[in-house]
Design a protein around this ligand. Structure first.
Ligand code: FAD
Ligand code: SF4
Length: 508
């Protein structure tokens, strides 16, 4: 008897567990472009286009490989609005209600499937180094769930950059070497770009017609949409950009959106690449002596450390994680995040490039847009919806822990041992933004003072009960206490002015 085999838009891997268990001669693969998925947050048009085009290419590969694929296009008049609706419709068509699926990366969809009147078998998603159960076993009984310790387990498990049971080079983590400021360099290669083919062009027209008003530029569209292309992008990164990835990992430059970053997260997260392919390639380059240990280790830590850790945490913490708001923040997200004018050059740059590319690198997300939202006391739920919408690589299992936990401290410090906040100094040190800003990073009080300088102290002052006893923050509180009273008052008044402006809907 035929079964339906569900393949979701972020499960585009030939090795997917549901495909491995399916029978090519009798089972029917169900793939569906549905409005509910395209619309639950106002996704960046490039993100919708990437997923739809990659799905259509994947379906074509499956058919060529002999599978029967029941594919629903977004503009199909017969289409229902949801994944479950499509499974029911296909089930009726083929006289079956048995469905094989690989676990979705989101509680919302998992619950919808589990509540559907279907005979459902959900298989684990084994495209990761570790499983949610493994993470929960690791977390059991620990007081703190620090990424660094989980990461070491993953190094031991995979053997990447290990010499016996010792880390290669003698250290587990070379982050300390990875904080150089970058210089503009016309010769730095960009991530590999691809020309849209006919399938992608058709998708671009569809997305333009349906989602043209969403925040974000659809064209030029240059993402890889097949595994073959994504592998070329990986190869290009490994040869040309990886060697200096470590050194400039935290740097930001006005005229360089990508620096040495790989821009592989969109491909990894929809299944065109898997973490083993990537890490094997990185280790090869290191073994051949082409890249230094700080670059190889820095990259591998992001993939088998951070990426695996946040996924484990997402499933460990449960469906209500995204609603957490331990600092009680409730301000609306400023219009500047949707492209409204702002005099803050760093914020304007991060948002502009997000609009153009659906991409910003980690330090822009964490220390510019994230830092400002946290200092300004923005509702973490709104911040979460924004990150989920505007980045091409945003899927809830990876986005939510990064936003709610790492960036907004709304989980009360599970991921971050202290909040990622900074004054303008940090941004000035790591970027060239401040020179072109209408505010002055050097001024600590007054109308011209960088808003980060004012809001930083205001945030610490507001939350002193929670943070003053944190051993890593004690010295900062002592600096605040030593400041003379007039200056403190000027700082707090300046912050109140900025927050008042935000509340009145005025742009900073
Ligand atoms: P590179 O700098 O080249 O890093 C290599 C790879 O490591 C990435 O491709 C990614 O797969 C992985 N990685 C690095 N850091 C992290 C991390 N903190 N968590 C998980 N994986 C990581 N990443 C997403 O994939 N999707 C998201 O929706 C997302 N939202 C974020 C929201 C906030 C507020 C913050 C602070 C970070 C977020 N990140 C997210 C993590 C990180 O910023 C991106 O993975 C990275 O910028 C992707 O670009 P890249 O491929 O050029 O990364
Ligand atoms: Fe950003 Fe402040 Fe620098 Fe302006 S002065 S770019 S607001 S850090």
């Amino acid at each position: 008897v035929a079964r339906l085999v569900l393949v979701l838009g972020d499960q585009l891997s030939l090795g997917l567990s549901a495909l491995a268990e399916a029978d090519k001669s009798s089972d029917i693969i169900v793939m569906a472009e549905v409005m509910d998925e395209a619309r639950y947050v106002p996704h960046h048009p490039k993100k919708i286009a990437l997923v739809l085009s990659a799905m259509r290419h994947f379906a074509q590969d499956l058919r060529e490989d002999g599978w029967q694929v029941a594919y629903t296009k977004l503009d199909d008049p017969e289409a229902s609005k949801s994944i479950v609706g499509e499974l029911m419709r296909r089930g009726q068509e083929h006289g079956t209600s048995t469905v094989l699926a690989t676990q979705p990366g989101e509680w919302r969809l998992l619950e919808a499937l589990e509540n559907a009147p279907l005979s459902l078998k959900i298989l684990p998603d084994d495209r990761f180094i570790s499983s949610p159960a493994e993470f929960s076993a690791w977390a059991e009984g620990r007081k703190e769930l620090r990424m660094e310790y989980f990461y070491r387990e993953m190094r031991r498990k995979t053997g990447y950059l290990m010499e016996g049971d010792k880390p290669a080079g003698g250290k587990w983590n070379y982050d300390h070497d990875n904080r150089k400021r970058a210089r503009a360099d016309m010769l730095r290669p960009a991530p590999m770009q691809f020309t849209p083919d006919e399938i992608t062009e058709e998708v671009l027209d569809l997305v333009e017609a349906r989602f043209g008003n969403n925040f974000g530029a659809l064209r030029p569209f240059w993402f890889a949409v097949t595994t073959a292309q994504a592998k070329r992008a990986l190869d290009h990164f490994a040869k040309h950009l990886l060697p200096e990835f470590g050194d400039y990992q935290d740097a930001m430059l006005s005229d360089d959106k990508f620096l040495h970053h790989s821009v592989l997260s969109p491909y990894l997260n929809i299944g065109l690449l898997n973490p083993v392919d990537i890490c094997t390639r990185i280790v090869e380059e290191w073994k051949a002596g082409n890249v230094p240990i700080n670059a190889a280790e820095g990259y591998i830590r992001q993939v088998i450390g951070w990426r695996e850790y946040v996924r484990g945490l997402y499933f460990h913490e449960g469906p209500e994680y995204t609603a957490r708001n331990l600092l009680g923040h409730n301000r609306d997200l400023p219009p500047a995040y949707w492209g409204g004018d702002t005099g803050m050059n760093c914020l304007a740059h991060a948002v502009d490039q997000t609009r153009a590319e659906g991409y910003a690198h980690h330090i822009q997300r964490l220390m510019v847009t994230g830092n400002f939202a946290l200092l300004a006391g923005v509702d973490p739920g709104q911040v979460h919806d924004w990150y989920l919408a505007v980045y091409v690589d945003a899927f809830e299992w990876v986005e939510a822990p990064n936003t709610i936990g790492m960036s907004q401290f709304a989980d009360g410090g599970i991921i971050a041992s202290k909040p990622y906040v900074s004054s303008g100094n940090y941004i000035n040190k790591m970027s060239d933004y401040c020179a072109g800003c209408s505010y002055s990073v050097k001024e600590k009080t007054g109308e011209k003072a960088c808003p980060f300088n004012l809001l930083y102290w205001d945030f610490l002052h507001r939350h002193r009960d929670r943070f003053a006893k944190n051993p890593r923050m004690g010295p900062i509180y002592r600096t605040w206490e030593k400041m003379n009273e007039d200056r403190k008052t000027a700082v707090l008044d300046g912050a109140a002015r900025i927050l008042g402006d935000l509340d009145a809907g005025r742009l900073v």
